[in-house]
Write a protein that binds this ligand. Structure first.
Ligand code: ZN
Length: 502
């Protein structure tokens, strides 16, 4: 008992120390992706790699591992949240026990260089500037997988498990096959429909200053706490929880595409709401990062798609849009605004896609990643494969690498992330149906009252997110096993109504 308490004290102190380095890494990374000048990036990346390795050394020291493994073996003597911490540390230990500090530093350097190369390649729309780094990232991912004690049926399974604990390629194949079965015919019907949706106003010029003011308004509206968070701009928007009182949101403004920022801000704001409202005890017990990526994405996409793109919310937002941008959209009706925002149009850029075609962007990346990781597809053939898949699923073909394979930052630091976006859509469809049994969600959205929705999320969705693996978590909230059905039914209903489909 005393030994266990001693081990606990040592582990907690070490984690506290490692967290200071990690905090600094997050700040540097935030800087790197927001205002760091291009020529400062490489050095910034090196400092980041150095600090990250300091944290790594603390939690990989033989003393730390001895103590945390002792805790894991004696976890029954710990209180429940410390038990979860011990389990998470044990999982981490197994995942990286064969990774040396030197190899870890090499990984950081590869990822940092690869990020810089990606930025330059995208800017020049030249895949050859990124390809050598991409190959290194792929090889390092395969190396990391091969170093694991745990053996998987397929190498890609290890990556799936990393982002969505307990899931496999088999689960995802089943999930995406169900999506294809419903969405391919639905998209065909929509493209064949003669419903005309007005979208001309979506590309009207909206001055950046007005968009900025609107961003602040939207974040406040959904419940973002500006005393514990901030917003700035970046090339590829993301959110970073720097600490329990500091959630950083980023966005990207396009003068000719105001809805891009509108939905980016609400999406990233959704991520930040979790960071700001997860249980404080989760921080105290170092389990505040236990949430899976799919669960995190379910929350951001819940606010972005299920709430903000809904008819009820647009009826609330329409007068606000007129207020902020009045002279620009004076000739657009509320119904036209709703329809325009939700129009389905196969397009090349994932982040600008509508809710329906979005899933195809993920299916394409999922199939590409399986080829890259499981089949070791040649790196120089990837742009061609990418373009073929866009033609197959969406009937369009990128003309440049920038609007094709170079559009996303993700592959500069590894593979396996994209599928979490699609899984997230399925989770939130399930918990929204549950929420609707208890709250009049449509009514609340139509008056712009997010407080009861946020409270429900905090109580049901956030409370257990760090404490349960994904499959148990969604079952705990909804009482049901994970299924794509709610998500697919929602899409069919929404778009059948919008396009007057039979
Ligand atoms: Zn996200």
């Amino acid at each position: 008992m005393i030994e266990t308490q001693k081990a606990l004290a040592f582990v907690r102190n070490s984690l506290q120390e490692a967290e200071q380095y990690q905090h600094a890494c997050h700040v540097l990374n935030y800087d790197l992706e927001t205002i760091c000048p291009p020529k400062g990036m490489e050095e910034q990346g090196e400092v980041n790699a150095f600090l990250s390795n300091q944290a790594f050394k603390i939690v990989k020291s033989s003393r730390f591992i001895k103590e945390e493994e002792y805790l894991y073996e004696h976890r029954n003597e710990l209180e429940p949240l410390d038990q979860l911490m011990a389990q998470a540390l044990h999982r981490d230990y197994l995942r990286s026990k064969n990774i040396t500090p030197a190899f870890n530093k090499k990984i950081s350097l590869i990822f940092n260089k690869s990020f810089v190369d990606w930025v330059n390649a995208k800017q020049a729309s030249d895949y050859s500037l990124f390809a050598p780094s991409l190959k290194k990232v792929r090889d390092v991912d395969l190396k990391i997988i091969s170093l694991r004690d745990q053996k998987y049926a397929l190498p890609y399974d290890a990556l799936v498990d990393e982002y969505e604990r307990g899931m496999t390629c088999a689960d995802l194949d089943k999930f995406f096959n169900a999506c294809k079965e419903t969405l391919i015919p639905l998209l065909k019907k929509i493209t064949a429909s003669d419903k005309k949706i007005r979208t001309d106003f979506l590309s009207r010029k909206v001055p950046l200053e007005r968009q900025k003011a609107f961003s602040d308004y939207l974040l406040k509206l959904i419940g973002f706490d500006f005393t514990r968070g901030a917003i700035t701009t970046t090339e590829h928007p993301f959110t970073d929880g720097l600490g329990r009182n500091d959630a950083r949101v980023t966005t990207h403004y396009y003068e000719n595409n105001f809805i891009s920022n509108l939905f980016t801000v609400i999406h990233e704001g959704g991520h930040a709401l979790f960071e700001q409202n997860q249980p404080g005890e989760d921080y105290d017990h170092f389990i505040h990062d236990n949430i899976s990526y799919g669960m995190h994405e379910s929350i951001s996409r819940f606010y972005e798609n299920r709430l903000a793109r809904s008819r009820s919310f647009i009826s609330f937002l329409y007068p606000k849009i007129q207020e902020f941008f009045g002279d620009i959209f004076a000739d657009v009706s509320e119904e036209e605004m709703y329809e325009g925002i939700n129009a389905v149009e196969p397009s090349l850029i994932r982040t600008e896609a509508d809710e329906l075609t979005y899933t195809f962007h993920i299916i394409i990346r999922y199939e590409m990643e399986k080829l890259i990781i499981n089949e070791k597809a040649p790196i120089n053939k990837l742009p061609k494969l990418w373009n073929q898949k866009y033609e197959e699923y969406l009937g369009i073909k990128p003309k440049t690498a920038k609007e094709g394979i170079l559009q996303d930052v993700h592959w500069s630091s590894g593979f396996g992330y994209f599928t979490t976006y699609a899984i997230g859509n399925a989770y939130n469809a399930m918990y929204l149906n549950k929420m609707k049994e208890e709250l009049d969600v449509e009514k609340l959205l139509s008056i712009g009252n997010f407080a009861p929705i946020d409270s429900w999320m905090k109580e049901h969705v956030f409370a257990t997110a760090n404490r349960l693996p994904p499959k148990e978590w969604i079952k705990g909230i909804t009482g049901r096993e994970f299924t794509p059905d709610d998500f697919l039914t929602y899409l069919v209903d929404k778009y059948s109504a919008l396009y007057n489909l039979k």
